[in-house]
Design a protein around this ligand. Structure first.
Ligand code: FAD
Length: 450
């Protein structure tokens, strides 16, 4: 066999699919009874409950290519116009995120001195550090207040992380490049706009899903892979026989042994460490151990009335910067983002908790989580309603954090992998947590298989 892929989340399924497209023989091994990893969709009483990702931005060519090859183009659903309104909690009140420079000038999301400091961004000197936290970078460029409100909220939304701990070049490489190349984010945005580029977090895109939710993507990959995907096949050990043509021997928990020329590992770092502890040098195991994956909890609440809270609940949802004394990271207004995900005249909210800020919530019971979410929504949205439906999804290994030093860790891991013939480490722990990044990396890996 040419390739064994360990793990059947979106990364492993996409590697398998693209590898087969390239004429490579492949077997994807997934430990659980269902493939898809973090991607899983449940429908209940007409409400769409996503366990993991709510969608992906429609601006990454590799994802759009995968969608086309799977024949899913006519199943795409884009976020509605109402989702353009996003909110941030500031001093206990929800404020609309300004989307244009004039809107920023009149917005109440940052104070007047805070706005003036943002306007001074083009005059701030370039940084010198090779690696720097997202918060330090943002404070340096746009000032403390905008950094702690706007940038902290963005980091919460993407990584459920702490801006003070995450590495800028690892999490937002485009921002680092903009400062390096243009000396200022403002100058970079003006230059890139002329070229048709995008904002500091990447070119803009629209949040997109499928008619039946995100699982439609992984279900279609599962169908396309057919017998080249094996479920309930946990990999228990990996051996390397350097001098043979198929150097990789993968042992399943049931004792079965499979060999291949290449092995692609897409499981989370703690599992990579366990499988490769006898092969990797201590510095590589240390690097893997330094990629934290704090837990994330999703609490879905649905209301069979159009106005369960004082807030109109029209828009994308809100994020909570860490300086607000609250216990949730944010809430999406799912019925407003994708109106097909809830019956007409109802409300579907998706509240995210945990991450690097509050990892302890993973141990809370469903009742404790619901009590907490109701208390927080009451304080933020006004009013209180008994939800008609509640679903709780726990991700013990939630979203990997690319903390300071991540670029050096990647260099160590790349060097380690290069010592073995046909070894590839991919998945959300290294070069992007978004579904788009997983798919783009998967395509690259599939193209480099020998
Ligand atoms: C709550 C939440 C919300 C998110 N929202 C978004 C979003 O809106 N948009 C977005 O783009 N991204 C989002 N993400 C991130 C994105 O969903 C993930 O980064 C991505 O799905 C990870 O895919 P993966 O295949 O790399 O890893 P995983 O999905 O974790 O897959 C790894 C797979 O390996 C399997 N496995 C583990 N050990 C073994 C073993 N020994 N043998 C065989 N198989 C094994 C697991 O069962 C699993 O199926 C979100 C993540 C979470 C948790």
């Amino acid at each position: 066999m040419d390739v064994i892929v360990i793990g059947g989340g979106i990364s492993g399924l996409a590697v398998g699919f693209f590898a087969r497209q390239n004429g490579t023989s492949v077997l994807v091994l997934e430990e659980s009874t269902q493939a898809g990893g973090k991607i899983r969709t449940d429908w209940q009483d007409g409400f769409c409950c996503e366990w993991g990702p709510q969608g992906f931005l429609d601006n990454v060519p590799e994802t759009l290519e995968l969608v086309r090859l799977l024949g899913l183009e006519n199943r795409l659903v884009k976020a509605g116009q109402a989702a353009a309104d996003r909110f941030i909690l500031r001093n206990g009140k929800l404020r609309k995120v300004p989307l244009s420079p004039p809107a920023f000038l009149v917005s109440d999301v940052v104070s007047l001195p805070g706005k003036l400091r943002v306007l001074a961004e083009p005059f701030m000197p370039r940084g010198r550090a090779e690696d720097e936290s997202v918060l330090d970078f943002a404070r340096r460029r746009i000032g403390r207040e905008a950094a702690e409100v706007l940038v902290d909220a963005m980091v919460t939304g993407v990584f459920a992380g702490r801006a003070a701990e995450l590495s800028l070049p690892a999490t937002f490489p485009k921002m680092a490049m903009m400062e390096r190349t243009y000396g200022s984010l403002t100058r970079a945005m003006l230059a890139l706009r002329k070229k048709g580029g995008g904002g500091p977090a990447g070119p803009g895109g629209t949040l997109t899903t499928f008619v039946s939710g995100m699982q439609e993507l992984t279900d279609r990959l599962v169908a396309a892979l057919g017998p080249d995907l094996r479920l309930q096949s946990p990999v228990a050990a990996v051996q390397y026989r350097e001098s043979t043509a198929s150097p990789w021997v993968v042992k399943l928990a049931n004792g079965e042994e499979l060999s291949a020329r290449n092995v692609v590992v897409t499981v989370p770092p703690p599992k990579v460490s366990a499988l490769f502890s006898h092969l990797f040098p201590p510095k590589a195991l240390e690097a893997l151990g330094e990629i934290p994956m704090p837990p994330v909890v999703v609490v879905m609440t649905a209301y069979k009335s159009p106005q369960p809270f004082a807030h109109p609940l029209s828009g994308f949802g809100f994020l909570v910067p860490s300086r607000e004394p609250r216990q949730i990271l944010g809430t999406l207004f799912c019925h407003s983002i994708f109106p097909n995900q809830a019956p007409a005249g109802t409300v579907l909210l998706r509240t995210i908790l945990g991450g690097a800020r509050q990892p302890e919530v993973i141990a809370f019971s469903d009742e404790e989580l619901l009590r907490l979410v109701r208390r927080e929504l009451h304080a933020i949205l006004g009013g209180d309603s008994d939800p008609d439906l509640v679903r709780v999804f726990r991700h013990p290994e939630g979203i990997p954090q690319y903390t300071l030093g991540h670029p050096k860790r990647l260099a160590v891991l790349d060097e380690t992998a290069s010592r073995f013939r046909g070894l590839y480490l991919t998945g959300n722990a290294y070069r992007g947590v978004a579904v788009n990044a997983c798919i783009a990396e998967a395509k690259k890996v599939a193209a480099s298989l020998r």
